[in-house]
Design a protein around this ligand. Structure first.
Ligand SMILES: CC(C)(COP(=O)(O)OP(=O)(O)OC[C@H]1O[C@@H](n2cnc3c(N)ncnc32)[C@H](O)[C@@H]1OP(=O)(O)O)[C@@H](O)C(=O)NCCC(=O)NCCS
Length: 190
């Protein structure tokens, strides 16, 4: 089997064994991809229309931008439309003010069969002082869909660094918790 990623790397299954690439999740019929192939960075200046009368940007607006950045990373990994399956709770560590430059970095942490966990880190920069604040981080699961709107398998993920292996394990654990919680809730809701 020949495999290629968006950086033009080409691998065969036998070569993978030799090169020792760490490839996990997804469906092996697709070329495996690195998280750097789908990484997204979005920057946007915060405007008065994004904020309350005190000049603090609405949390909901930051969540929307996070969902957009995360969804884009998942879509780039799957090269399919995706829907949001779950968004983990989010805390805001410092206020974002009108005039700040918000940067959202989204990367794929973990992939199941059709599901993709993306981590989004949000930073706000005061462009006048250069002060940079980590405002929040969030994790969300997106599900790739076929042309009939049903879940469809996604490419496997190549883990290149120890940091990526740590992120994978943590993502896998979070997904187990989400599904446990979701199943319990489904039972309660009937
Ligand atoms: C997400 C959705 C496609 C899942 O469809 P489904 O028929 O339940 O499909 P499945 O049970 O086969 O699950 C598909 C995948 O989603 C994952 N998933 C489903 N619900 C999940 C949840 N609450 N949290 C995390 N993952 C979830 C499953 O684990 C599975 O992953 P896998 O293929 O990697 O094993 C469907 O529930 C849906 O369309 N929800 C609405 C999405 C939406 O409108 N989002 C907001 C706007 S984008």
């Amino acid at each position: 089997m020949q495999m290629t990623n968006d950086k033009g790397k080409v691998e065969r299954a036998s070569e993978r064994a030799e090169t020792g690439l760490d490839i996990r999740g997804g469906d092996s019929k697709f070329p495996a991809k690195c998280s750097s192939d789908s990484e997204v960075s979005l920057s946007q200046q915060m405007m008065p229309s994004d904020a309350n009368p005190l000049g603090n940007v609405h949390g909901g607006y930051i969540m929307k931008l996070g969902a957009e950045a995360g969804g884009l990373a998942a879509r780039r990994h799957a090269r399919r439309p995706v829907v949001t399956g779950a968004v983990d709770s989010m805390s805001f560590l410092s206020p974002v003010r009108v005039g700040h430059l918000l940067t959202l970095r989204a990367r794929v942490n973990w992939v199941g069969k059709s599901s993709i966990e993306v981590g989004v880190r949000v930073e706000a920069e005061n462009p006048v002082t250069g002060e940079l604040a980590h405002t929040n981080s969030a994790f969300a699961v997106f599900v790739a869909l076929d042309d009939n709107g049903r879940p469809i398998p996604v490419p496997p993920l190549i883990l290149e660094t120890e940091e990526e292996r740590r992120r994978w394990l943590e993502g896998e654990e979070r997904q187990e918790h989400r599904l446990q919680h979701w199943r319990k809730k489904s039972l309660v809701d009937g």
